[in-house]
Design a protein. Structure first.
Length: 93
């Protein structure tokens, strides 16, 4: 099994550090680009919301666009990223 490597990811305006297989890094970065592009799109469509709202909208959109069956590694990465986001949001509350 390959050694996990740490990478910094940005979702919205927050940076998170995760560990991943080197072979998954490119897919993660493509996914993050899609997510962040969609956040920008939703920000232009729905003004006046906060970043948490945009991220939630994008995650719902993304979950309906992909399937764990087509990319099981992505599900784990997204789950980890969402858990970290949730923890950060809980600290702010």
């Amino acid at each position: 099994m390959a050694e996990l490597i740490p990478i910094n990811i940005v979702i919205g305006d927050r940076t998170y550090r995760i560990k991943t297989n080197p072979s998954d890094e490119e897919a993660i970065r493509r996914t993050l680009k899609t997510i962040n592009d969609k956040i920008v799109e939703f920000k232009t469509q729905f003004s006046g919301k906060d970043m948490q709202d945009y991220i939630a909208m994008v995650m719902i959109w993304y979950a309906t666009q992909t399937s764990a069956e087509t990319n099981p590694g992505l599900e784990k990465v997204m789950t980890e990223a969402l858990l970290k986001i949730e923890q950060q949001l809980d600290k702010v509350k």
